[in-house]
Design a protein around this ligand. Structure first.
Ligand code: BGC
Length: 760
């Protein structure tokens, strides 16, 4: 929170930080003057008027009509200052005159775009993730937005699910740390919302990342215990950090859609974890419960409200049917009051009752948005979000190297932005081509199509536009023959010292509704890579992706692989920083990279089974493995190379026994044995050898990112208590069970050294 600058700011702060009873009194009084329709109106969320064009508010727009009738609690999807201001004016003129809350999918930055969340998580740098969220909040709030649909904290173990791009990967502990960093970044560390802070909306609650087969929106089949230990931790941590709101997810759990799942929303989130904010549905999730097979819109709306949902996004289920349900005795007025009260509380906390235009201050836009400082930070962060997967020694490049920068993603701003970057400034995005041109002699070639199948490429590239723009015609797909594109790339490769091949996924190939059954680099791009390899020039694969990919051929054939995913506004410069060695890569994977799709789901923290098979051992009958696939990932969770090398000592314990109420120190010496300074991410895993329920073979429970100058060593210390060894037992009690634990420390989840700790 900033210093108080003026009396009005002081008054605002006093008001916003007022004890809850003041808020309760205010809201009780307000609600006593509201009609039933006005209360139900607060439970309704729609996109802002003029959503697609986001240009202006017209009286004919259906959403304007709803605003006029006082039937909206908030609007979302617009960062247009005039639209938001006009919408607020209409809301205040209508009905009870209650200010709107303004939501937006601000996922990894606003106009200054940061790496996609999956890439951001590979930095393992919680301070920088928090700062990125803080900058995003500052930019978004400067145009009027006060509620962001982030963080997305869904755990995902299946690379086929495209939305892994929006998450922090597969690990619950890391996911929890990342969740807190986002919440603190958006909301600050106390209960007061300053005008450059916004309310977080944690999504998608819950278990959405466990969609069966990685197919988006698909059902989830998990036990409660597996859910609590493997997937729920990040949602819990976000609640602990004080997140103001949650978004319910599309999937079902235990046969009940999450959006009407009382166990998830009421029993766990509110009662077990003490969350006291409001829950909004995902877009159209209420009406989708009809397709799930629960009942008609009236039935599913009533059940969702009673299960703990407060706001309905886009379904018109609450606004259209709750009154009837009340008249028929299907629900009680108290159900509506409860939800309305939670939404009004959020508005109160945001200070909107003091000043509904509090966030709408045109002056701040120029000061806060897309500033040189924000861009400089985007470049710095993007430097930390690249994972070096392979390096035969070609990297870092020497100054003066002549570079052929090729591939369909080399000069593609949208691929650099990644999924969910609606507010980005595409024209000012630095592509890899641009980043390299700024620093060395380069030749550029687009090199290939994405898919050999033209129809597929067209629908992947333009599917979304076709949905919104009738008569949309795509003209450029496959307009140049693939052979000619490859020939041009090969010529340019021959004229250069090294090839930088930018291939992988278009931003449209991951994110929502973008599941893939084949998670390899696409056929057309692989053809390009083969042709480049055949030139005999060293080839560095700069990999764009929003998910773990199968890279077996590339690992064999490429001279180096730098996984950059989608790095945002300053991505191209940040890639050049790493390629030329100004930045020593330090990112480590937060999801396991499979060898084949048949291995999925794949995650390091799996159970042992009764018939375990060693990782990387060859096939044996009657143990848990595939006949035709190695038992283990290509690149494990936590893996990433550097331009230097590190040596780890065995971990040492301050005591080999720890009482349940005590603590123990784990120390490891990490030496930088190379010639460059570096940042190393040191990881600590535990294994509860015998427990009353089976436990994973390894679980991350701590990590540190340490800077170690070349030739130097660092003593890295972790203090463990019983809290770090807890899990949800079969009765869903969060416990540490005394006994022996393996404590493992290493540079990734595979290459660890172990020491035994006994908890008494
Ligand atoms: C997505 C959410 C998003 C919402 C609003 C949905 O389709 O699942 O992540 O916040 O739309 O745009």
């Amino acid at each position: 929170m900033k210093r108080l600058l003026s009396l009005s700011a002081l008054l605002l702060l006093v008001c916003c930080s007022a004890p809850k009873s003041d808020m309760d009194r205010f809201i009780d009084d307000l609600m006593s003057r509201m009609t039933l329709d006005q209360k139900i109106g607060q439970l309704n969320l729609h996109s802002a008027p003029g959503f697609v064009s986001a240009e202006r508010v017209t009286e004919e727009d259906e959403n304007t009509k709803m605003l006029r009738a006082g039937l909206m609690g908030g609007v979302y999807g617009s960062g247009n200052f005039d639209v938001l201001k006009r919408s607020q004016e209409i809301a205040l003129e209508s009905g009870a005159g209650i200010p709107l809350i303004f939501g937006m999918d601000v996922i990894h930055g606003y106009e200054t775009v940061f790496p996609i969340p999956l890439a951001m998580s590979t930095s393992w740098d919680m301070e920088k993730i928090e700062k990125a969220a803080r900058i995003a909040a500052g930019e978004a709030s400067a145009v009027g937005i006060n509620w962001v649909f982030s963080p997305m904290v869904d755990i995902c173990r299946d690379a086929r699910w495209g939305r892994i791009a929006e998450s922090a990967g597969e690990d619950p502990y890391l996911g929890g740390e990342v969740a807190k960093a986002y919440v603190y970044g958006y909301q600050g560390h106390d209960d007061v919302f300053d005008t450059d802070e916004v309310m977080a909306c944690v999504k998608h609650y819950a278990l959405y990342g466990a969609a069966e087969g990685g197919r988006d929106y698909n059902s989830v089949f998990l036990s409660r215990q597996e859910a609590m230990n493997g997937y729920m931790i990040p949602y819990r941590e976000a609640a602990k950090a004080g997140a103001g709101s949650y978004m319910s997810s599309f999937n079902e759990f235990e046969g009940i859609p999450a959006t009407m799942n009382k166990w998830l929303m009421d029993d766990v989130l509110r009662k077990m974890w003490g969350f006291d904010g409001f829950i909004v549905s995902d877009a159209t999730a209420v009406v989708e419960e009809v397709a799930h097979g629960i009942g008609d819109l009236q039935e599913v709306s009533a059940r969702s409200l009673q299960a703990g949902l407060d706001m309905d996004m886009n379904s018109d289920g609450f606004v259209g049917t709750l009154k009837k349900s009340l008249e028929e005795g299907r629900i009680k007025e108290a159900d509506i009051d409860r939800a309305c009260c939670r939404i009004l509380e959020a508005k109160y906390k945001l200070g909107l009752f003091d000043d509904p235009f509090r966030y709408l201050d045109e002056g701040r836009r120029a000061e806060r948005v897309f500033t040189p400082e924000n861009r400089a930070f985007a470049r710095e962060l993007a430097g930390e979000c690249q994972v070096l997967l392979k390096n035969d020694g070609v990297l870092p490049l020497k100054p003066g190297t002549r570079v052929a920068v090729v591939g369909p993603l080399a000069d593609n701003a949208s691929a650099m932005m990644g999924t969910w970057a609606m507010s980005s400034r595409r024209d000012e995005t630095v592509t890899v081509r641009k980043g390299l041109e700024e620093r060395t002699r380069t030749l550029y070639s687009e090199g290939s199509w994405i898919f050999k199948d033209k129809d597929l490429e067209e629908s992947v590239r333009y599917g979304l536009m076709r949905m919104f723009m009738r008569n949309f015609q795509a003209s450029d797909v496959h307009s140049v023959p693939q052979e000619a594109m490859i020939a041009d790339a090969v010529n340019k490769a021959r004229l250069s010292d090294v090839v930088i091949a930018c291939v992988g996924e278009l931003s449209e190939m991951n994110g929502e509704g973008s599941s893939r059954s084949d998670v390899t680099i696409t056929d057309a791009q692989r053809e390009l890579l083969r042709a480049l390899k055949a030139t005999g020039k060293p080839v560095v694969l700069v990999l764009f992706t929003g998910r773990p990919l199968v890279l077996v051929d590339e690992d064999r054939d490429m001279d180096a692989i730098l996984n950059v995913m989608a790095l945002g506004t300053e991505g191209g410069r940040a890639v050049a920083d790493v390629l030329f060695g100004d930045v020593n890569p330090s990112g480590k994977l937060t999801s396991s990279y499979p060898r084949s799709v048949g291995q999925l789901p794949l995650y390091y923290n799996h159970k042992n089974t009764g018939r375990p098979h060693g990782e990387y051992d060859s096939y044996r009958k009657f143990v848990s493995c595939y006949m035709d696939e190695v038992n283990g990932p290509l690149y494990p969770f936590g893996y990433g190379l550097s331009y230097t090398t590190y040596d780890y000592s065995a971990p040492r314990l301050s005591a080999s026994e720890m009482p349940l109420n005590g603590s123990v120190d784990v120390t490891v010496t990490v030496s930088n044995t190379g010639t460059r300074d570096g940042d190393e991410i040191v990881q600590l895993y535990i294994h509860d050898i015998y427990a009353t329920s089976t436990r994973p073979v390894k679980e991350l429970r701590a990590f540190r990112k340490v800077h170690i100058p070349a030739g130097d060593s660092a003593e890295v210390n972790f203090t463990l208590t019983a809290d770090d060894l807890k899990y949800y037992n079969h009765d869903l009690e969060y416990v540490c069970e005394p006994g022996d634990f393996e404590i493992m420390v290493g540079p990734n989840s595979r290459d660890v050294q172990t020491v035994l700790l006994t908890v008494k």
